[in-house]
Design a protein around this ligand. Structure first.
Ligand code: ADP
Ligand code: MG
Length: 326
């Protein structure tokens, strides 16, 4: 908060501190000038930061608990894509006013997911301004095992976890103001970071990325960093029954799945010889994964319809600066 209202700021921080979560490797958490953490010997740190701005990264009518969940989920998704085990988080919270009811709701969603992944909140900052949430997460990796974007090799399989397009379908329905599927909206508000899958893929995948901006754009980052191209078979895109029911037109649905964003599934590559090992490793995970295409020598992303025709995508992915939300 501004300097004039220190008690309001401290009261909010106290509410956060009471629910911050504990870990043995947190030597000093919320309450001092900095947190002191003890990473285990031989481990590397994976660090990622994401901001959520009201009206841009979530609809204005999103419940505080959903905002708290999603702020952590999108960050844990980045750690998942690196194959890292989540450990600590810091939270920079900007609130229009010191609203303890809003904060309690936010913490309900945040803490539910933090506890599920053993994440301790070890510090942050609280200020007054337009609602925005910036979270930094820290994860642990055995040295040299990170899943990077630059490891995809020619002829390898391209895999996608879970189903894609559901969150984008939920957003499209919300924007249209008509019939809305609660299931699709849930995928938008409560994405599941695929942490268990990221850990399982450490020794199996050659490259990985999480799907925040849409499969076409995010896979594009892997292709660019790896210096390769890809073919995607649109008929193999993993599709929920709900999405297929609400968006029966192929071209509309493919556009949501390729360019919609907010899936927070993982896209990864691996040599075809690893396929069985991958299916086995993922058998105990919350969702499985599907092969959707292959890496090619020639640059560019080719989208193939089931009849073999090429599909042209109007928009490659979620652009932060093109207003997706009204
Ligand atoms: P400083 O003036 O040193 O920045 P603050 O008054 O901002 O200290 O914060 C006091 C303590 O509360 C610090 O340990 C800080 O990390 C923690 N803190 C402040 N805001 C948050 C927040 N939104 N989430 C978690 N910890 C917070
Ligand atoms: Mg501060």
């Amino acid at each position: 908060m501004d300097r004039a209202t220190p008690t309001a700021e401290f009261a909010l921080i106290e509410r956060i501190r009471a629910r911050a979560g504990k870990r043995d490797d947190v030597l000093l958490g919320i309450g001092d000038d900095a947190a002191i953490l003890r990473p285990p010997a031989g481990m590397e740190l994976a660090i990622s930061c994401d901001t959520l701005v009201a009206g841009r990264h979530f609809p204005d009518d999103t419940a505080p608990a959903d905002i708290g969940w999603k702020a952590l989920a999108v960050n844990l998704s980045d750690l998942a894509a690196m194959g890292a085990q989540p450990a600590w988080a810091t939270l920079a919270l900007t609130l229009p006013e010191p609203d303890s009811d809003w904060l309690d709701g936010f913490l309900d969603g945040f803490c539910e997911l933090a506890e599920a992944h053993g994440v301790a909140l070890v510090g942050g900052d609280t200020t007054r301004g337009p609602l925005s949430v910036t979270l930094t997460v820290h994860g642990l990796l055995p040295a040299g095992t990170a899943l990077r974007r630059d490891g995809a090799g020619v002829n390898e399989d391209i895999w996608v976890t879970g189903t894609v397009g559901d969150a984008a379908g939920g957003l499209r329905q919300w924007q249209g103001g008509g019939l809305q599927s609660a299931k699709l909206r849930y995928r938008l508000d409560r994405p599941t970071p695929r942490v268990d899958i990221g850990l399982a893929l450490r020794d199996l995948a050659s490259a990985a990325i999480d799907l925040s901006d849409g499969l076409a754009a995010d896979l594009g980052h892997v292709l660019a960093r790896s210096g390769v191209g890809a073919q995607l078979d649109l008929g193999r895109l993993p599709t929920s029954r709900t999405l297929a029911e609400h968006f029966p037109d192929d071209a509309t649905r493919w556009a949501l799945q390729l360019a919609g964003g907010d899936d927070y599934e993982l896209c990864f590559t691996a040599p075809a010889a690893q396929a069985l090992a991958i299916e086995r490793a993922l058998a105990s995970c919350e969702v499985g994964a599907t092969v959707v295409g292959r890496i090619t020598r020639d640059a560019g992303l080719e989208l193939l319809q089931p009849d073999g025709e090429r599909f042209e995508l109007a928009r490659a992915g979620y652009d932060q600066f093109a207003a997706m939300l009204p």
